[in-house]
Every structure is written in C-alpha cells, then in structure tokens.
Ligand binder design. Structure first.
Ligand code: SAM
Length: 280
C-alpha cells in the first residue's frame, strides 16, 4: 500500500503579543517540522525559546519570497514538513504566506492551516462594534488623497470596517476617517493581548484630537462601525450614480450635480459626494 506523502506546508498562527496564546497543535507542529520558515527568525526565536523548541529556522519574507517560493514547494514535494510563521498572528493576513499557499496548491502539495490568533478577530470583538458583517481593508494607502478615495468607496457598506495601521500614521488616518465617516462610531484597539492593551471608542475626530499629542507606540487596529441612519443603509448607490451621470450629461458640473442629486433623491449631500468620488 502506498504511504500518503509526508510533505506538507503547515501554516501556523502565532501570538499577537501574549506568548501564552499559542495553540497546542501549533507547538506540536513547530516541534516536529523539519524546518520553520519565519518572517523574522529573531522574532520567532522568542517563541521557540519560551517553549524549548529547537527546530531550525530560515527566513521567508516579502523581500526573498519571489526567489524562495518554488524551492520550498520542491522541498515539500520531496517529503519535507515545512512550518510557516509570521512575526505575529496568522501568516497570509497582511503577512507573507498567501503566495506560498497558492504555489503549493497549484503544485498539488498538501497545505494545513493551524488556526489561532489574528489581530482582526481580536480587535473586532474587543471593539464592541457590530460583528454581524465586517470588511477587512488591510493597510490603507499612505497618501491622503488615495486614502480618501479608498474610504469613499466603503461609505455605504453595511458592515464594520477593520483596518491595520502603523502607530506613526494612526492620527492622520483617524483624520481621514473623520472626513469620510462623520458621526460614525470608531474604535482604536492597540497593544492587544499585551500589558498596555487599550480600546478607545468615540468619533474619529475626537479620537484624533485625543491621540494627537500622545506619543504613540504599539500596534494598532482601527475600526469603523456601520452607517448609523437607516436612510444611509438604504442608499442605493446605483441610483445615485445614474442621477449624477444624467445631471452631468445635461451640462452640470460635478459639484452642482451632487447638490441637485442630493435634493432630488432626498439624501445627505455628503453621502452623494462620497459616492461621486468613488465614481471618478
Ligand atoms: N498576520 C497578522 C494577523 O494575523 O493579525 C497581521 C500582520 S500585519 C503586518 C501587522 C498589523 O497587525 C499591525 O500593523 C497592527 O495593525 C495589527 N496588529 C498585530 N498585532 C497587534 C496587536 N497586538 N494589537 C493591535 N494590533 C495588532
């Protein structure tokens, strides 16, 4: 009887702060793998040292993945058990991993995902915002104009919006959120599962002023609650776009078309303006 192939890619979720949050299954996989592919081997070393795991590590990150992915697939095909970890949380989520998983699946190589911590889920639940539907937007564009355009496209989505952000850009991003989503509930979740864990809630503008002078350290997730008013929920983007197009076809400027479309459809001008931005 043929033995099943031994080679496998083990995608291992690791803690986002508190080293106690690793699963038993992940520890076993890290211990028994032939090799661990780590985004930063020094970061992973802390976890391995804590659990006395001596499996060797190799770097697999954004800058070497193009050169290394095919070789790793071949090694798994030859029978290696390869564990993949990122610095924190679930590999593949705004972290290296998705390309390797894709390449393994394309080659017919076995992939197992060992679930565990991810900042998205932890922040979503900690925020207290509605969880019935959520949209994960990863990292927003760094340039303010591109960021505003990206946010404008999400204005009507009936879901809690979740964004990753670096501490240095948090206040600027809060300002963009204030502009794009006036009146909506926002939560800032930082240092989750760590000593200085904090969840701050309010409107984006308030949070921007509250955090403006504070030296901001640590990792951050920003969340925006769904649109509040039922009228916003019911916004029919398609109808707005059509009305704008026909008004512009009549010769109105974008600004006048927004004003008239809002009046004709009985919608807040801000909402119509946001939809018009997504239209450009
Ligand atoms: N793969 C990871 C996951 O599953 O959560 C995410 C990696 S991404 C490069 C890093 C971002 O995750 C940070 O910029 C921050 O937005 C968020 N993050 C990670 N750990 C966090 C923590 N302990 N508290 C708050 N946000 C965190």
């Amino acid at each position: 009887m043929n033995e099943p192939a031994k080679g496998v890619l083990l995608v291992c979720a690791t803690p986002i702060g508190n080293l106690g949050d690793v699963t038993l299954r992940v520890l076993d996989a890290l211990r028994t793998a032939d090799i661990i592919q780590a985004e930063d081997t020094r970061v992973t070393r802390k976890l391995l040292t804590r659990y006395e795991i001596r499996t060797p590590t190799e770097p697999y990150h954004e800058h070497n993945r193009a050169a290394r992915t095919a070789g790793l697939v071949e090694r798994i095909e030859r029978g290696e058990r390869i564990a993949l970890v990122s610095d924190a949380g679930t590999p593949g989520i705004s972290d290296p991993g998705e390309h390797l998983v894709d390449a393994c699946l394309e080659a017919g190589v076995r992939v197992e995902v060992l679930p565990g911590p991810s900042a998205i889920m932890t922040a979503l639940v900690a925020s207290g915002l509605p969880t019935h539907a959520f949209y994960f937007g990863g990292f927003l564009p760094r340039k303010a104009g591109e960021r505003s355009r990206a946010l404008a496209q999400l204005a009507c989505l009936d879901a809690t919006l979740v964004f990753y952000e670096s501490p240095g850009r948090t206040v600027a991003t809060l300002a963009s959120l204030a502009e794009a989503f006036p009146g909506r509930s926002v939560a800032l979740a930082r240092e989750l599962t760590k000593l200085h864990e904090e969840v701050a809630r309010g409107e984006a503008g308030e949070l921007a002023s509250r955090f403006a002078d504070r030296e901001f350290k640590g990792e951050v997730v920003l969340l925006v609650g769904p649109p509040n008013a039922p009228s916003q929920l019911a916004l029919d983007e398609h109808a707005v776009r059509e009305r704008l197009a026909s008004l512009e076809a009549e010769g109105l400027t974008r600004r006048d078309a927004v004003r008239d479309a809002a009046a004709q459809l009985g919608l807040p001008r801000n909402d119509v303006y946001r939809i018009s931005l997504g239209d450009r």
